[in-house]
Design a binder for this molecule. Structure first.
Ligand code: SF4
Length: 237
C-alpha cells in the first residue's frame, strides 16, 4: 500500500493534453513538487536561518564541527565562553588540547572534536593565512570537515551554494517527501541537487530543518497539521 502510493508520487500519470501536445515527462514532476514544497516552507518559515551563533567564518566552522551529533542549542551554550577564550584561528591553533577538550565536553565526541578543531585551525594558519578557505575542495582537506560542514560554512560564511546540506532532518524529510530513495547522505545530496535550483540549495536545508523540528519529527510526524500533506506520499500512505 505504502509502496504503491510512493511510486505514484514518484511517477505520476501525466495529465491528458490535447491532440498533438507532448505530455510532460514523469521525471518533470519531482522538481516541480520540490520547488512547491520549498515555496510553502518559505511562507511558513520566512526568517529561517542558521541557528548557530558565530561572528566569523572560523567561529562558524568551529560551531559546525561541534554540532555533529549535538543540538544547535547545546552548541550555542558552549561557544560564547569558547570564543571568548579562542577568538580566532590562531588562538585555536595554539590552544592547549586538554583545556580545549574540557571546554567542548558537553557537545559529545569531545576528544575528536577538540583534536579536529585545533588541527583544522593549524592548517588554516599554515596554508590560508588564518582565513577559512572559501572552496569546497580546500575545506574538505581540513580535519573534521566533510561535505555537510563545508556546505554550511560556504553558504553562511561566504554566500556560496556549493551543495545541499544533508543532516538528520534533511535526510528524514527528503525521504518521507518521496524526493529520494537513498539513505547515504552523499547520494541524497546528489538527488536534491538535481531537483532544486542551485540558489535554493541552502534554503532547502534550513527550511527542512525547521520543519523537521516543528512538525515532521523523527518519532511521529504530525501530518494532520502539516502544510505539505497534499504533496507528501507519507501522509497519503
Ligand atoms: S505530511 Fe507528514 S511526513 Fe510529510 S512532511 Fe508533513 S509531517 Fe512529514
Amino acid at each position: 500500500m505504502h509502496l504503491t502510493k510512493t511510486k505514484q508520487f514518484l511517477h505520476p500519470q501525466p495529465p491528458s493534453k490535447g491532440h498533438g501536445s507532448t505530455p510532460p515527462s514523469p521525471t518533470d514532476e519531482l522538481p516541480q513538487r520540490a520547488v512547491e514544497i520549498l515555496r510553502r516552507l518559505t511562507q511558513q518559515y520566512p526568517n529561517a536561518t542558521c541557528s548557530l551563533t558565530y561572528h566569523s567564518p572560523v567561529q562558524l566552522l568551529v560551531a559546525t564541527i561541534l554540532s555533529a551529533q549535538c543540538t544547535d542549542v547545546r552548541v550555542n551554550q558552549v561557544t560564547p565562553s569558547l570564543f571568548e577564550r579562542y577568538p580566532d584561528a590562531a588562538a585555536f591553533a595554539e590552544s592547549d588540547l586538554e583545556q580545549l577538550t574540557q571546554l567542548v565536553r558537553s557537545t559529545g565526541f569531545y576528544r575528536n572534536k577538540a583534536k579536529n578543531i585545533r588541527a583544522a585551525c593549524q592548517l588554516i594558519m599554515t596554508h590560508y593565512e588564518g582565513r577559512v578557505p572559501a572552496k569546497m575542495e580546500d575545506l574538505l582537506q581540513l580535519p573534521g570537515v566533510a561535505r555537510k560542514t563545508a556546505n554550511v560554512v560556504l553558504a553562511h560564511a561566504f554566500g556560496i551554494n556549493a551543495g545541499v546540506t544533508v543532516d538528520t532532518h534533511v535526510k528524514r524529510l527528503s525521504n518521507r517527501l518521496g524526493l529520494t530513495k537513498q539513505t547515504d547522505p552523499g547520494k541524497i545530496e546528489q538527488d536534491l541537487m538535481t531537483l532544486l535550483p542551485q540558489p535554493e540549495w541552502e534554503n532547502w536545508s534550513i527550511r527542512l530543518i525547521y520543519h523537521g523540528r516543528a512538525t515532521c519529527g523523527a518519532r511521529k510526524p504530525d501530518c494532520g497539521n502539516c502544510a505539505l500533506a497534499d504533496l507528501c506520499p507519507t501522509a497519503q500512505s
